[in-house]
Design a binder for this molecule. Structure first.
Ligand SMILES: *Cc1c(COP(=O)(O)O)cnc(C)c1O
Length: 241
């Protein structure tokens, strides 16, 4: 038996993803920073801690109670940002508001006032993204494109001013990376249009559309080429679930 240290597979995979992110940014050229969010749903805490040791700081979770449990068990001294990327049930908002750096999946109006109220009670401002059904009716989650002006207006003028929209998010329909490129590009173009036509009338501290959350293990490089600022990568870092 030798005791040659074996390097941790999570560290290896994380560093491989980081190298691919850097190469994609290089291909894209000058543009926004890209934040790598490790999607850790249904992964045990030990794997998250291994990824943290290897340098990961942003974690994405899909289930409110799982998020709560992981935050509860998380070693308090390790700095980390939590992102909520799952479907939102109003009765679970208490696990999300003031507990996450960003809620990526807001897609309907009643959530805005509920988040505003809870964030105000907690004495903070909650950052959110609007999830968009970019491919239309075929998609179950996400706001219709037509609804976005109204949602952004609602976000701009909440009762307490305790919610802030930072951008848009998509989960595109299944397809290979090149088929998916059209949806990433469509989201960027939609964002550019809203930013030009609507945002000048809205208070910047309530609505700004700098963030595009798009791209997963199978297609994050294409998403970066098309302007992603946050990519959500699960299996490529943590292995299969
Ligand atoms: C699970 C999930 C991901 C990560 O998917 P991988 O294919 O494992 O990278 C990203 N975004 C959302 C919304 C998810 O639910």
């Amino acid at each position: 038996m030798t005791d040659t240290p074996t390097s941790d597979p999570i560290a290896e995979r994380l560093h491989a993803v980081e190298a691919r992110v850097a190469a994609a940014i290089e291909r894209r050229g000058p543009g926004p920073d890209v934040r790598l969010i490790g999607v850790s749903k249904r992964q045990p805490l030990a794997k998250l801690i291994a990824a943290h040791t290897a340098g990961l700081r942003d974690f994405g979770e899909n289930y409110a109670q799982e998020l709560r449990d992981k935050q509860h068990d998380w070693p308090g001294l390790l700095p980390a940002s939590w992102h909520y990327i799952g479907a939102i049930q109003s009765n679970k908002l208490k696990y999300l508001v003031a507990k996450t750096a960003m809620i990526h999946t807001v897609d309907r109006r009643e959530l805005i006032s509920a988040i505003d109220r809870r964030a105000h009670e907690a004495g903070c401002v909650q950052d959110i993204l609007f999830e968009v059904a970019i491919a239309g009716e075929a998609q179950k989650a996400g706001a219709p494109i037509d609804a976005l002006p109204e949602l952004l207006e609602a976000c701009a003028w909440t009762e307490h001013g305790a919610v802030r929209c930072r951008g848009l998010m998509i989960i595109p329909p299944a397809g290979d990376a090149e088929q998916t490129r059209q949806w990433f590009r469509a989201l960027r173009e939609l964002r550019d249009r809203l930013r030009d036509e609507l945002c000048p009338r809205l208070p910047r501290e309530r609505v700004s559309l700098g963030e595009l959350s798009m791209g997963m293990s199978a297609d994050f490089e294409v998403a970066i080429e098309e302007g992603a600022t946050m990519i959500r990568v699960g299996t490529a870092i943590f292995g299969s679930r």
